[in-house]
Design a protein around this ligand. Structure first.
Ligand code: MF3
Ligand code: CO
Ligand code: CO
Length: 301
């Protein structure tokens, strides 16, 4: 099952069995390698903390709150609503539920949620802007509940969407679904990026390179990084207990971006539309479980 992991081991690398010794001094000379201790090996080799079932349960609880807040936001989206209104709702839900909004004061981020409108790729800061008919908006919510993070986002239409808005939202939702198809032990992080990039480019869209999915648990951003582009078979092998986000940012035009004066807002260089969907996933023995589950099919067009 973990063919990729054993295949790439060099004589002087850490032994994948987790012993902490060199491969040549350990399982290389055994007839049958010891069972892999993924937990020790992934910590030693990649600084990745695979999660215990108790930790997964806490992320799942935080995830339920994130998904229900996304539903509440979805129902309020309409022309005239400001991004500050969305910030208030997301923040109030946290307060009522004993959760914290992870973005607030994260590396100086000034608000409780990211609201990214039209050509904004991600990290849009809520403010006085009032939504207009035809806009698209990504709302990205991360709560901390009982010390554990869950992170998810959706892109919404405001009023009636333009054909371009439909096309980019459909492409980005489809890209997340394509990624979900390859979430299983034995596949690699590169398989995820390959699935996303292949579909995005088939749809005539481009993939943002500067921002990636990420591990999470007790921290907002932990190893591994999860690029939304790549090659089959490259990168870390997925193993049970791995928890990370996939959050492809897909552009209608080119992949290039710039950061606004506020130091946060990422905007497409050509000012064309960008959309994103994000969920937090757990790799299981036989596939994956979304810890922030919601149905993507309404968005695929
Ligand atoms: N939620 C974003 C992510 O998916 C991170 C936002 S960082 C913030 O990783 F500071 F902008 F909130
Ligand atoms: Co994220
Ligand atoms: Co997010």
């Amino acid at each position: 099952m973990l063919k990729n992991e054993w295949k790439n081991v060099g004589r002087n690398d850490l032994c994948p069995c987790g012993s902490g010794r060199k491969y040549k001094k350990c399982c290389l000379k055994r007839q049958t390698p010891a069972a892999m201790d993924y937990k020790r090996y992934y910590k030693q080799k990649y600084d990745i903390r695979l999660k215990e079932p108790e930790e997964v349960e806490k992320i799942r609880s935080a995830g339920r709150l994130v998904v229900s807040a996304l539903e509440d936001v979805e129902s309020m989206i309409a022309p005239g609503i400001t991004t500050n209104d969305i910030n208030r709702v997301v923040h109030d839900i946290a307060e009522k539920s004993g959760a914290l909004c992870a973005p607030l004061n994260y590396r100086g981020f000034p608000k409780s949620v990211c609201t990214s409108v039209n050509e904004v790729i991600c990290h849009g800061i809520p403010g006085e802007y009032a939504l207009v008919d035809g806009d698209i908006i990504n709302v990205d919510i991360t709560y901390i509940l009982d010390g554990y993070y869950a992170d998810a986002s959706k892109s919404f239409f405001v009023g009636s969407p333009s054909p371009e808005a439909r096309r980019i939202v459909s492409a980005s939702a489809s890209c997340l679904l394509a990624a979900m198809d390859v979430l299983a032990p034995g596949n690699t992080i590169g398989d995820i990026g390959f699935a996303i990039q292949t579909l995005a480019e088939k749809r005539g869209c481009s993939v943002v390179r500067e921002f990636v999915g990420h591990g999470l648990g007790r921290n907002f951003h932990e190893p591994p990084q999860v690029p939304h582009f790549g090659r089959k078979g490259e990168g870390i092998t997925l193993v049970p207990g791995l928890v990370f986000t996939v959050e492809p940012m897909i552009n209608l035009g080119g992949a290039d971006l710039f950061i606004a004066e506020d130091g946060w807002t990422a905007i497409t260089r050509d000012r064309r539309l960008s959309a994103q969907f994000e969920q937090t996933f757990l790799i299981t023995e036989d596939g994956y479980e979304s810890l922030t589950p919601y149905d993507l099919s309404p968005f695929t067009g």
